[in-house]
Design a binder for this molecule. Structure first.
Ligand SMILES: Nc1nc2c(c(=O)[nH]1)N[C@H]1C(S)=C(S)[C@@H](COP(=O)(O)OP(=O)(O)OC[C@H]3O[C@@H](n4cnc5c(=O)[nH]c(N)nc54)[C@H](O)[C@@H]3O)O[C@H]1N2
Ligand SMILES: Nc1nc2c(c(=O)[nH]1)N[C@H]1C(S)=C(S)[C@@H](COP(=O)(O)OP(=O)(O)OC[C@H]3O[C@@H](n4cnc5c(=O)[nH]c(N)nc54)[C@H](O)[C@@H]3O)O[C@H]1N2
Ligand SMILES: [Mo]
Length: 764
């Protein structure tokens, strides 16, 4: 299935959204959730400072915060995320006195977070099955004592991608001083595929595109990333690109509205006249898991075009670049030439003509940027998806030149930065020798646990303590039911959070819920008000300074909590001065600069560079820190990234994010950009598949797992909803569908859970 997007031609009989992304819908989207709260002077003042130099950096996605900002440098979802944190609702000890955790486990994700901000440190009272208020010192003391009793290798310190660079650095240091590298973070469920595949192929684990490249490219290729919902401020440069005639080619099983048309909500003229900008010039509804086939087809077309050009004495391939800078082309080329179009068409679900049309844009463009997201990374062979996208770019020297490059669009606002400063289970990625010298200790050198390995350890009973710095681990991981059953067998669970979620309701024997400041709230310590720093998706690092008064006087900053826990756990060390560091975050930035001098020299001064300072990327300079010293072509035997065979009645389930959620935080039940309103328990399926499966619109069905590993997995109560999707696949929402994902179903190399092609059956 593939269509030109100039016409508004949704499949007849399918649910869809007619209006553009952005536009009045985005303004109403904010208002409908936060009522009058969003328009109060305080909220307006706060939103006005969002993503501006010396303002605070959005807690939603990691899109760039440019130096030449708009008057309102926030989007619908950024505003929602800010207002979600600034809510006037409070989740107090009185609330917990009224409700047992057994009762709260029946509540929806939405209802839990609707209780508002957590206000007091809480200890779990198992006898009464309730959280009770406790003092900070008491909490630190008991947690420290528990950790000291355990073998450090049995403890896991998780991070969700919001914590600042300063917090992340200290948290990782705490883990290593204590004695483990068990530092999984949300990135293990997200772009870990990127970190592994890009490191292997181009020698740098992050994207090479910077903001200016968006202005200098002639063509953009989008694979499985949805800017309209997940990084809406990206729609502004996309709109500009479209207006200057840039070809935008999209491969996505779902017709995402933000990749079709956009009205700029910040332009009064566009808003009042209903002006729309077309985004994608070609939109190809690839089958989920079909990208290896697509990329093989695109490369096949490039080789064919090069053959034809050679006959005329020209080249399409950048032969000089290929000879000087790459390794492994011959094997890849032979593989591609030997792969028949019929196989490519079958696996991708697209016609040769359509793939060639997209390939021709690639052939003709001088400068190409490629963007991708979870549609490539969350597959059993996501690694191959990313590696083949690199191959395509290498063919014409589209890495390491202005206006070109590869761009994994990152999720959480500081997820990339956390890795930069030491949150990693892989010791080889961390300058352990420098840490050893800086703090006078012998850091652990063995590999730690990532997210999937943590889950395996909890199931096996070898992980005994879990500390969660933000996030909603238990809800975000696969295999919800088995994991919830195993979780209480841990000795210690500690969650540091802003709002109540499902992960706080399933506890180890000893359990604490510790409330922290959000990034929008003023953080006063001994040396005065504190700023923190974050790194965006283009590797730019900048400060964030908050002014709102905290939701409760009992909250502590994440840094203060990490310092408190560490001090209570570790033996004294004159080189490790937790209290001093927590009293002045500039000192922590000095420590970061000492550990990472190349990237972070003069950190305290440079953090206020408008738009952030660029951390640099060797691949952008065409210095390849790979095994061969060159950019690596990857050759793979497979054409499908699903990791399972097709079978009658077996579907590929895509787990989707709605416009009205941020991961497991459900703001509301309006997925406006897909035309799905008032519910999240839908099963999206195309009308032909409905007929074949004998289903009616509105019928309520269940999905059952089809992994054939002997484990029963089921989610019921889903309403059949006709939707434009390729054959053989289904769509439904994350995290509700996570009980269907086997823990073993993950990318072969990086262990990123394969949430975009889950094998399931429909049970009527
Ligand atoms: N509003 C909002 N913003 C967010 C988030 C949120 O939940 N809500 N989450 C944040 C986080 S942590 C992240 S990681 C990012 C995620 O942002 P994205 O990377 O955009 O992730 P998804 O929306 O999960 O999936 C992206 C797209 O992949 C498509 N897709 C599915 N399977 C395939 C496939 O096999 N091939 C191809 N080519 N495409 C496929 C889907 O249809 C979808 O449009 O967003 C961040 N921003
Ligand atoms: N099926 C399926 N599963 C997926 C995905 C998918 O596409 N499909 N996507 C995966 C991806 S990309 C990701 S990143 C993970 C997300 O996994 P996580 O990052 O673990 O989950 P979030 O939902 O972002 O976490 C939300 C919680 O964070 C807490 N929080 C919010 N702000 C702060 C703060 O400033 N400090 C602290 N300490 N806590 C805070 C709040 O209590 C809130 O309830 O999920 C993964 N799981
Ligand atoms: Mo993510």
């Amino acid at each position: 299935m593939s269509q030109d997007t100039s016409a508004h031609d949704p499949e007849p009989g399918t649910v869809h959204y007619d209006s553009p992304a952005g536009g009045w819908g985005s303004v109403r989207g904010i208002a409908s959730i936060f009522g009058k709260e969003w328009a109060t002077p305080l909220a307006t003042e706060t939103l006005f400072r969002q993503n501006k130099p010396r303002g605070f950096m959005c807690v939603s996605c990691s899109w760039a915060k440019p130096a030449d900002h708009h008057p309102f440098e926030f989007c619908e979802n950024g505003a929602k995320a800010t207002l979600w944190e600034l809510t006037s609702r409070r989740c107090t000890p009185e609330f917990f006195a009224k409700h047992t955790l057994t009762e709260l486990r029946q509540w929806s994700d939405y209802d839990l977070e609707q209780q508002g901000r957590l206000t007091h440190p809480l200890r779990y009272d198992r006898a009464r099955d309730r959280y009770v208020p406790c003092g900070w010192d008491e909490a630190f003391r008991e947690i420290g004592a528990e950790l000291r009793r355990l073998d450090p290798k049995t403890a896991v310190f998780y991070t969700s991608g919001r914590a600042s660079l300063e917090t992340a650095y200290l948290y990782a240091l705490f883990a290593r001083l204590y004695g483990h590298n068990n530092l999984p973070d949300s990135s293990n469920m997200c772009h870990e595929t990127t970190s592994v595949a890009l490191k292997e192929t181009i020698g740098a684990s992050v994207g090479t595109v910077v903001f200016d490249d968006l202005q200098n490219c002639d063509a953009m290729f989008f694979f499985g990333q949805n800017p309209g919902t997940n990084s809406p401020r990206f729609l502004h440069p996309l709109r500009q690109a479209s207006r200057r005639g840039v070809e935008i080619i999209t491969f996505n099983p779902v017709r995402e509205r933000g990749l079709e048309v956009f009205t700029n909500p910040q332009s009064p003229v566009e808003m009042l006249t209903g002006q729309e900008t077309r985004i994608s010039t070609q939109y190809h509804q690839v089958r989920p898991g079909g990208d290896i086939a697509v990329l093989t087809g695109l490369c096949k077309h490039v080789f064919a075009a090069d053959d034809a050009a050679q006959a005329e004495g020209r080249r399409v391939l950048d032969v000089d670049f290929l000879a000087q800078h790459t390794h492994g082309l011959e094997a890849f080329e032979a593989k591609v030439r030997a792969t028949p179009w019929e196989a490519i068409e079958r696996e991708s679900g697209l016609s040769r003509r359509d793939i060639e049309a997209a390939g021709q844009v690639y052939v003709e463009a001088d400068r190409v940027c490629a963007f991708y997201g979870m549609g490539l990374t969350q597959h059993a062979h996501g690694h191959d998806n990313v590696a083949l996208l690199v191959n395509l770019l290498l063919l014409k020297g589209n890495i390491g030149r202005d206006g070109t490059g590869i761009s994994p669009v990152r999720g959480h606002s500081n997820v990339q930065g956390q890795r930069t400063v030491g949150i990693s289970e892989k010791p080889e990625l961390v300058p352990l020798d420098r840490l050893a010298a800086q703090y006078g200790f012998e850091p652990p050198r063995d590999k730690g646990l990532n997210t999937v390995e943590t889950c395996e350890g909890i199931l096996a009973g070898t992980v005994k303590a879990f500390i969660g710095l933000g996030g909603n681990f238990l809800r975000a991981i696969p295999e919800t039911e088995r994991m919830e059953a195993a979780w209480p067998r841990m000795r210690l669970t500690v969650q540091v959070a802003t709002k109540l979620n499902r992960s706080h309701l399933v506890n180890g024997e000893v359990a604490y819920l510790l409330p922290c400041l959000g990034r929008t709230e003023e953080d006063r310590q001994k040396s005065g008000p504190q700023a923190v720093t974050i790194e965006d998706t283009f590797s730019c690092i900048q400060g964030s300074l908050a002014r709102r008064s905290p939701a409760s006087e009992h909250l502590r900053s994440e840094i203060a909590i990490v310092a408190g826990l560490a001090k209570a756990t570790l033996a004294p060390n004159p080189k490790v001065t937790w209290d001093e560091w927590a009293g002045d975050y500039a000192l922590v930035r000095d420590l970061i600069a000492e550990t990472y001098p190349e990237e972070f020299h003069d950190f305290n001064a440079r953090m206020w560079t408008p738009g952030g300072f660029y951390r640099g990327n060797s691949a952008r300079e065409r210095i390849w820190k790979t095994k061969s010293g060159k950019a690596e072509f990857t050759t793979t035997e497979r054409l499908s990234s699903t990791g399972f065979a097709d079978a009658p009645g077996r579907y590929r389930l895509i787990t989707l994010r709605s416009n009205d959620q941020f991961n497991t935080t459900i703001y509301g039940y309006s997925d406006r950009l897909r035309g799905i309103e008032g519910t999240r328990t839908v099963l999206l399926i195309n009308p032909d598949e409905m007929r074949r499966a004998n289903l009616r619109e509105g019928q309520v069905v269940a999905l059952v797992g089809d992994a054939q590993d002997g484990v029963e997995r089921m989610v019921s109560g889903l309403t059949v909803t006709p939707f434009s999707l390729p054959d053989g696949c289904l769509g439904a929402y994350y995290p509700e569908m996570n009980p269907l994902i086997p823990l073993s179903h993950h990318d072969a190399q990086s262990k990123t859970p394969a949430a975009k092609s889950v094998p399931v059956r429909i049970r009527a």
